[in-house]
Design a protein around this ligand. Structure first.
Ligand code: GUN
Length: 288
């Protein structure tokens, strides 16, 4: 039996509608939610992601400040800009688009963002809160995946879930969010042994490898009725692809998310949500 397509565009639009209302309420209280983005260098994919984030902000009534820095930017220059944005009361969210050029440390950079402006949930403070189950600003892609599960009434309690990714933006924060829903979570990576067996034993597979030459999640690797969330986005033969072929995997899965149109729109929607939350935090409107 063919499974159900998880429609990220649809779910993202319902999140955006809620954000639009929240942004307009904040405006009526004299707060104009504003996101500052920092893009370093000329990575084309990153430039497109940032452009899409600005467009989405405009759609829901969030202001944006665009900071484009040369590829040669030093850590001191980055730190100075972050210091300025941290102390600017008109800026509520700060997003440094990753990856960064080699001379800039990812930790050195993201850990300087004020935790109440940390719309990516990457600062040590927010990562700590997440592991304690107390985070308000959570990483966008993982929280977007949780929204997808909730929208489709997919109960996570007691489920065996495998995450094929261990990054700070995806695998690690997602692990905590799933654990908080009482799932049994396994995190896999390039050194994992018996990946196929782990996938076959899982009720839900969340895959974010992003290298089709090295890895493809094939229907043979999943059990009948499994749920597959594909987080990868890579260019392959001029097309945007994930870790699996949606048309094949959906023949065996109960639910599967396509690429594009699955998790991608959710990442942006959750960024918008985090930005209005950060704007509320700045005025102490969010109750902890
Ligand atoms: N690069 C790829 N995904 C992301 C994301 O969610 N946030 C940031 N800051 N950079 C990214």
């Amino acid at each position: 039996m063919v499974g159900t397509k998880i429609d990220g565009v649809l779910v993202a639009s319902s999140v955006k509608e809620r954000v639009r209302k929240a942004a307009s309420e904040l405006k009526s209280q004299g707060i104009e939610p504003c996101l500052a983005t920092i893009l370093v260098g000329d990575n084309q994919a990153s430039a497109t992601y940032v452009k899409n984030k600005h467009k989405a902000c405009a759609e829901v009534g969030i202001l944006t400040k665009d900071h484009k820095l040369p590829a040669t930017t030093s850590q001191e220059e980055m730190n100075e800009l972050l210091g300025t944005l941290n102390s600017d009361n008109s800026i509520h969210g700060i997003l440094v688009q990753l990856p960064l050029p080699k001379q800039l440390g990812e930790f050195e950079t993201t850990s300087r963002i004020s935790p109440i402006k940390d719309v990516d949930g990457l600062t040590p403070y927010n990562v700590g809160l997440l592991s304690l189950g107390k985070a308000i600003l959570k990483a966008c892609t993982p929280s977007g995946i949780i929204e997808l599960f909730d929208y489709y009434n997919i109960d996570l309690e007691g489920k065996n879930i495998v995450i094929i990714n261990r990054s700070n933006l995806l695998g690690k924060p997602l692990y905590h969010l799933l654990l908080q829903r009482n799932a049994t979570v396994t995190t896999c990576h390039s050194k994992t042994k018996n990946l196929q067996k782990i996938c076959q034993d899982s009720d839900i597979i969340i895959t974010g490898v992003g290298n089709r030459t090295r890895f493809t999640l094939t229907p043979e690797m999943i059990r009948d009725g499994a749920i597959v969330i594909d987080v990868a986005t890579t260019r392959h033969d001029e097309k945007l692809v994930g870790d699996c072929d949606f048309d094949k995997i959906i023949q065996k899965a109960a639910f599967a998310s396509p690429v594009p149109g699955g998790v991608g729109p959710m990442t942006i929607a959750m960024l918008l949500k985090n930005t209005v939350t950060a704007a509320s935090l700045s005025e102490n409107i969010v109750r902890r």
